[in-house]
Write a protein that binds this ligand. Structure first.
Ligand code: NDP
Length: 604
């Protein structure tokens, strides 16, 4: 498709109009935490709490968070010979995101072979190209068992205090279960998208029917199971889903099969491309899974996704993974390759990107027309923004669900649900009576809530300074992991590291290697304390600020990618990743670990 100037102008005009409709003065303040009067929404519906005695011992490593970050760190520490590793999680088991998000239809959106960590170590072959939630959760449990991580784990436990005791070179950790123990090293992997948010819609408290957030799916009410058993409890129910992000895209097709009536309340449509899920063939996998395969696949995915981070546009780059993300990147790359080298000015390349994006989005919009029978519904389901303004979605049943007679899209024309009453959801003055509301309203990201709200505690480092004080002007770390003034503490996060959002686990795969190698170096050398120097931390923050990549564009329709469309201040920009990209960052980390000298850290 050749994009003419007038087409381009018309499309960008529409993008701007749709964006402006959605800008709100309250930005992130439109959302509420699941605390106080909303705390019932946060309860664990999956595992009963088991009474236990408080622990008061000493462990070598305590890690807060039992999702992929904690499991990977735990596994690598165990491999490095660290026996006493304790993982603490507020959930009733391992899994993190996959523990909580058991909504029907949940599956990974990045190919399983790169999304599910430690496949080579565990010998597990994912059953599908994009594995479903129960299989991923089971894999988390498999990792926990194989690496002995259940031995010291504390579940249904929230850390309330974590303070560095200089006299003993130990962290003292206290929890809401009365535990009071010490650890030589601590890690924090509390997740980038784990604090659920509810829309602060007027009247939300007045609703007398049943309601829950997608990350606490109430199967006791809906019937069915995460494995796909029919949700019989909904056969006579009118159900509202509020939200049409990546979660809704996955659970709407399942709800559509079970509800008497399903009303999907939409503020901004998702872009929904082809998924093409299929079972994996064991013979094919046997051929793929030669020693070292998963790291090769991870590196290949990331190289393809970035394509320009360290790999020149013209180099041949095999795409091993071939999922929705690498397909998107390949398309961009092909467009650039088609430009003769002498025409590759920054301006021309940007224009080529824009055209590639328009082409892709036109394809996605045309797909809606192909699949959705009712023309008005189809028009409403079309996403009018650049593809990476919002999380791209991939699904083969979502759009078709709106052809069912029991399913109805209620488009709010960018305004959102107006009000909730005792029995209804109100849009543009019209009441839609429902028995149940499912909030598919997403999660807070790093900004918008405090560190304590996000992690549940605020570590106190040397001299009693809290991490939130240290980060008062924005995050400060070396490599996103080490923090000056917080000896023996490791943060596992995307910010100030690779910030690879297309395959989050790859970030953790690399962080876990770093943690294990630093801890091993400290233990082998008989050091009791390791801390990044103030100069090294300052240098890293400077580098990030000097070469900082653009924060999600303000031109985009608002969402958590761009601070709800509000200008990003210095503080928000500090959460961003290594300016030269994930491939370069992982390469740098690899070299840093191999050097074995860890120059920026002081071991004592
Ligand atoms: P999102 O934040 O992406 O979506 C929340 C939805 O709620 C949006 O559609 C939002 O509209 C809507 N909303 C908020 N307030 C209102 C309101 N007042 N009225 C009507 N609608 C409202 O959350 P998700 O849980 O869908 O996804 C979060 C992230 O989790 C994803 O982006 C993805 O990174 C990850 N995820 C990954 C999956 C995977 O890999 N398989 C699956 C699911 C999630 P608006 O867009 O206008 O703000």
């Amino acid at each position: 498709m050749t994009v003419t100037t007038s087409q381009r102008e018309a499309i960008f005009k529409r993008y701007a109009q749709e964006r402006d409709k959605r800008l709100r003065p309250d930005g992130l303040a439109q959302y509420v935490l699941l605390t106080g009067r909303f705390s019932r929404y946060a309860e664990d519906p999956y595992t009963p709490m088991i009474e236990r005695d408080p622990v008061t011992d000493d462990v070598t490593f305590a890690f807060v968070g039992g999702g992929f970050a904690g499991l990977l760190a735990g596994a690598r520490l165990k491999e490095a010979g660290v026996e006493s590793v304790r993982i603490i999680d507020k959930a009733g088991g391992f899994g993190g995101t996959w523990y909580w998000n058991r909504y029907p239809g949940a599956m990974c959106d990045t190919a399983s072979l790169v999304y599910m960590p430690l496949l080579e170590e565990t010998g597990h072959m994912p059953s599908e190209k994009y594995a479903h939630g129960p299989e991923i959760l089971e894999h988390c449990e498999r990792i926990g068992k194989q690496f002995g991580l259940y031995d010291h784990a504390l579940f249904h436990t929230e850390v309330t205090e974590m303070a560095w005791d200089e006299s003993r070179s130990r962290w003292r950790i206290r929890t809401n279960r009365g535990d009071d123990f010490t650890a030589q090293f601590v890690g924090m992997g509390t997740g980038p998208l784990q604090v659920p948010k509810l829309p602060g819609i007027p009247g939300i408290d007045d609703f007398a029917g049943h309601s829950f957030h997608t990350s606490r799916w109430d199967y006791a009410y809906t019937g069915g199971s995460p494995d796909g058993a029919p949700m019989d409890g909904l056969a006579d129910k009118r159900v509202a889903v509020i939200g049409t992000g990546a979660t809704a895209v996955q659970c709407v097709p399942e709800l559509a099969k079970s509800c008497k009536e399903l009303l999907v309340f939409q503020r901004t449509p998702s872009s929904v491309d082809v998924r093409g899920n299929h079972p994996l063939d064991p013979r094919w996998f046997a051929d793929v899974s030669k020693p070292g395969w998963q790291q090769r696949w991870l590196d290949n995915f990331t190289a393809n996704w970035e394509a320009f981070g360290g790999v020149s546009v013209d180099d041949e780059l095999e795409d091993l993974v071939q999922d929705g993300w690498t397909d998107l990147a390949r398309r961009m790359r092909d467009i650039l390759r088609a430009l003769p080298p002498e025409e590759r000015s920054a301006e021309r390349m940007m224009a080529a990107f824009e055209d590639a994006d328009i082409e892709k989005m036109e394809e996605i919009r045309a797909r809606v027309d192909e699949l959705v029978e009712d023309p008005q519904t189809a028009a409403d389901l079309k996403a009018w923004y650049r593809q990476l303004c919002k999380r791209p979605c991939f699904h083969d049943e979502y759009l078709q669900a709106f052809n069912r007679p029991n399913v109805r899209l209620v488009d709010t024309d960018g305004k959102g649900v107006e009000r909730i009453t005792e029995h209804a959801v109100v849009v543009a003055g019209r009441e839609y009576e429902v028995d149940c509301i499912v909030f598919a309203s997403g999660f807070f990201v790093e900004f918008g809530i405090s560190l304590e709200e996000r992690a549940g505690f605020d570590p106190k480092g040397a001299g009693g300074k809290s991490l939130s004080q240290h980060w008062g002007e924005g995050m400060r770390t070396l490599h996103g992991i080490h923090v000056h003034g917080f000896p023996n503490l490791f943060v596992v996060q995307l910010g100030q590291g690779a910030a690879l959002a297309s395959n989050v686990p790859h970030n953790y795969v690399e962080s876990s290697k770093t943690i294990a190698s630093v801890v091993q170096h400290a233990l082998d050398g008989g050091f009791s304390r390791v801390e990044v120097t103030a100069e090294a931390e300052e240098g890293w923050v400077d580098l990030l600020e000097t070469h900082g990549r653009a924060f999600g564009s303000e031109e985009c329709t608002p969402g958590y990618y761009n601070n709800e469309g509000r200008p990003a201040g210095r503080k928000e920009r500090r959460n961003f990743g290594y300016p030269f990209g994930a491939v370069a960052f992982f390469g740098l980390m690899d070299e840093w670990r191999r050097s074995g000298t860890f120059d920026e850290l002081r071991f004592e």
